[in-house]
Design a protein around this ligand. Structure first.
Ligand code: PLP
Length: 378
């Protein structure tokens, strides 16, 4: 199998699975229990929190575990609106956010909020000026992702944070960094956001565990789940200890020679551009300078779902866009307002540190065959 869908999820290395296995079987204590098995688990959870906080460049007390990136996104949107309920009822976000943010914003709309959804340029870019122009005195929250999951575009969060401080210092800033964490260099401080979402399964960790960074400007954050005292009383529920162990181990492994891994992924992406652009009718959509692990292209005229199915039959896993439903382009691709022939043929290749040039060769050959043997139908 050739796996070129690392933006969807990633394989878990053996060392991560082993760390989780130990916690599921021998070290299975509940961190709230007061005997040594529980106390030891509490100590370990805090040490894993420090590992992940270290990778994010924040204080461990500012990092809260959630059940996934989606949950962290939902929490950030509602907690920011709650804190700023006296500031106003306006949210600024983009039309290309993950649905975890978009649907949370739509839910706020149903509570009476007004949401500005900024449209990207045709290359997927969103500028800081565009975001800041939309900010008003009654803006409670600005939520802009760090790396787009379908295009790989990197958005200027630090510039937005600086501009926001000047234009509306009360507005809170959230960034969904699920696709940026350990893929593009940043720290919580360098971004300057008040909330940052991350998720384990995009970096070789297990599915079902994410985290939310909550910065110091957020006073008394609204709890996500009411119940026990876990996560400083903000997110009740017995800690998912094995998942947290796996998250920390995955972050630790990714951090080893991280720069080499990022350089390798960027080289693989550039090689894929070189190989794929040799195919007639193939157009690259990802803007230059994007995240190293995502490449969006269109085989102009050939329906993407047929490409994904055809390559899938040959053991090559690529994606037609994360939310491609019933032959319609995803909301991200739709927001680019491309001609139908282009948008209908969009596929995403995404890479990990283990992707090889030979994987790209096999994929490029399969795409060329698809082009040569199938009729364009768009
Ligand atoms: N945000 C982005 C940008 C993503 O790519 C994803 C996952 O695809 C999520 C949020 C959701 O994360 P999770 O799968 O952990 O809920």
């Amino acid at each position: 199998m050739i796996y070129l869908d690392h933006a969807a999820t990633t394989p878990v290395p053996r060392a991560v699975a082993d760390a989780m296995y130990e916690v599921l079987t021998e070290q299975f204590g509940n961190p709230s229990s007061q005997y040594p098995l529980g106390l030891e688990m509490k100590r370990r959870v805090e040490s894993w929190r420090r590992t992940i906080a270290g990778a994010l460049g924040c204080d461990a007390r500012q990092l809260f575990f959630t059940s996934c990136g989606t949950e962290a996104d939902n929490w950030a949107v509602t907690a920011a609106c709650w804190q700023n309920r006296h500031v106003g009822r306006h949210i600024v976000t983009t039309a290309v956010e993950h649905s975890a943010v978009l649907e949370a914003c739509r839910w706020m709309e149903r509570q009476g909020y007004e949401v500005t959804y900024l449209a990207p340029a045709q290359d997927g870019s969103i500028t800081a000026e565009q975001v800041l122009d939309a900010v008003r005195p009654d803006t409670a929250l600005v939520s802009v992702m760090l790396v787009n999951n379908e295009l790989g575009n990197v958005y200027p969060i630090a510039d937005i944070a600086r501009g926001l401080a000047a234009k509306n210092p009360k507005a809170l800033l959230h960034t969904d960094a699920v696709q940026g964490f350990l893929k593009v260099p940043f720290t919580a401080r360098s971004l300057g956001a008040d909330f940052i979402t991350i998720s384990a399964h995009k970096i070789g960790g297990p599915k079902g565990i994410g985290a939310l960074y909550i910065g110091q400007r957020v006073k008394n954050p609204k709890p996500l789940l009411a119940g026990g005292e876990q996560e400083s009383g903000l997110r009740a529920g017995t800690e998912a200890t094995a998942q947290i162990a796996g998250f920390a181990k995955a972050a630790e492994l990714r951090l080893e020679n991280l720069e080499d891994k990022l350089r390798h992924m960027a080289r693989i992406r550039d090689y894929a551009v070189e190989r794929l652009t040799a195919i007639p009718d193939l157009k690259v959509l990802s803007a230059p300078g994007g995240a190293p692990h995502v490449l969006s292209v269109s085989l102009v005229g050939w329906p993407s779902q047929n490409i994904v199915n055809d390559l899938g039959q040959q053991g090559i896993c690529i994606s037609a866009g994360s939310a491609c439903h019933q032959g319609k382009p995803s909301h991200v691709i739709a927001a680019l307002k491309l001609p139908k022939k282009v948008s209908g043929g969009v596929i995403r290749l995404s890479f990990g540190p283990e992707t090889t040039a030979a994987d790209i060769d096999t994929c490029a050959e399969a795409l060329q065959r698809h082009h040569d043997t199938r009729m364009p139908m768009l």
